[in-house]
Design a protein around this ligand. Structure first.
Ligand code: NDP
Length: 337
């Protein structure tokens, strides 16, 4: 069983050498009397949140990756044996799996059966999985959007951002995204239907860039990056604006987070700034799935994926999230069937 092993706790930016690809043996049969499920992993999801589990924590409620054990994350898999009444051999599932060819799922509450296979299976790591639900809940529930509002999204070409932008366009909003390369900016404007986009790495003055894109200010900011960008956005929010704090990837690898100076604007502009965690919205998954599957089938929404082939390339794919190497949702293919 080929595995991506977590070698050691990480400080600063994660490196490929914090992980190693090794082979071990595994029984593909469920033990008598156990309700475990054995799966063959097909697609693995690279998620920024995996960085949190790479750090050592004294908090008993926090589950770090275990050194010398495989990493874990969301994935799509096929059941090869099952002691659980809800799963049988051949079922396709998505949920939490190990970064390895085969996983024994001891807690099958963390996997969900896939019923719709007329879309790419890898979509259950992205648009139809955790990042999709994040975009959906974060935009529709947290941002409370209205037609015609001015919407800004950072890390806009990624797994979550590209969907928030498309949802906002479907709602009739004016949508601008930022991303870290010229190629990503072109994709935002030409493939994903954003009204405008800019490369934040080429802007010396983020406040000026936002004023250029939003002369009348921003109603909704979907924050994926935090830090200096959030500070600049606070100078450009309209009255009663909303900020959905989805994540702050610019801060995850810093020993100490950067300060944000313009918080007083939250008071002046009566801004609602709300953090949210996708797991609180899992009870709404079936409603979300129905809506987003229809949008995909009707061709009203597209989804960009960046596919890395094989477990050998998984460490580089994961680390690449923090340098912006990925264009779209970063997926690792372990096997296609
Ligand atoms: P992406 O697919 O967007 O990949 C990460 C992207 O972040 C990179 O491609 C890069 O794009 C950008 N980035 C990396 N480092 C920096 C930096 N220092 N400054 C600015 N941008 C940077 O990831 P996801 O869509 O999966 O996740 C987006 C955000 O959503 C993350 O903050 C994540 O933690 C959060 N999240 C929150 C959830 C929740 O429940 N609240 C659930 C899921 C995700 P670029 O080239 O544009 O710089």
């Amino acid at each position: 069983n080929k595995q991506v092993i977590f070698k050691q706790f990480v400080e600063g930016f994660p490196k490929e050498s914090d992980m190693a690809v090794k082979t071990s043996s595994i029984s593909l049969k469920v033990e008598e009397g156990s309700n475990a499920v054995v799966v063959k992993n097909l697609y693995l999801s690279c998620d920024p949140r995996m960085r949190f589990r790479m750090k050592h924590s004294k908090d008993p409620g926090f589950v770090s990756f275990q050194p010398s054990s495989p990493l874990e994350g969301f994935g799509v898999a096929k059941v090869v044996d099952s002691g659980h009444p809800e799963f049988k051999k051949g079922d396709l599932v998505w949920g939490t799996v190990g970064w390895e060819e085969y996983s024994v799922i001891k807690n099958p509450e963390s996997i969900f059966k896939i019923h719709h296979t007329d879309v790419p299976l890898s979509y259950y790591t992205g648009i139809l999985g955790m990042p999709g639900l994040t975009a959906w809940a974060g935009f529709y529930e947290v941002c409370a959007p209205k037609k015609g509002e001015y919407v800004y999204i950072s890390a806009a070409s990624g797994a979550v951002g590209q969907l928030v932008g498309q949802f906002a366009k479907l709602m009739g909003c004016y949508v601008v995204g930022s991303a870290g390369s010229k190629e990503k900016v072109e994709i935002l404007k030409n493939k994903l239907g954003f009204d405008d986009a800019f490369n934040y790495k080429e802007e010396h003055d983020l406040d000026a860039a936002l004023k250029r894109c939003f002369p009348e200010g921003i109603d909704i900011y979907f924050d994926n990056v935090g830090g200096k960008m959030l500070d600049a956005v606070l100078l450009n929010m309209r009255l009663q604006g909303r900020i959905a704090v989805c994540g702050m990837i610019s801060q995850y690898n810093l020993g100490q987070s950067e300060g944000v100076c313009n918080l007083m604007n939250i008071v002046y502009q009566r801004i609602h700034m709300v953090g949210f965690i996708v797991f609180d919205y899992f009870p709404q998954y079936s409603k979300f799935l129905e809506v987003v599957l229809s949008l995909i089938r009707e061709g009203k929404i597209v989804y960009l994926e960046d596919i890395a082939e094989g477990l050998e390339n998984a460490p580089a794919a994961l680390v690449g999230l923090f340098s912006g190497r990925n264009i779209g949702k970063q997926v690792v293919v372990v096997a296609r069937e």
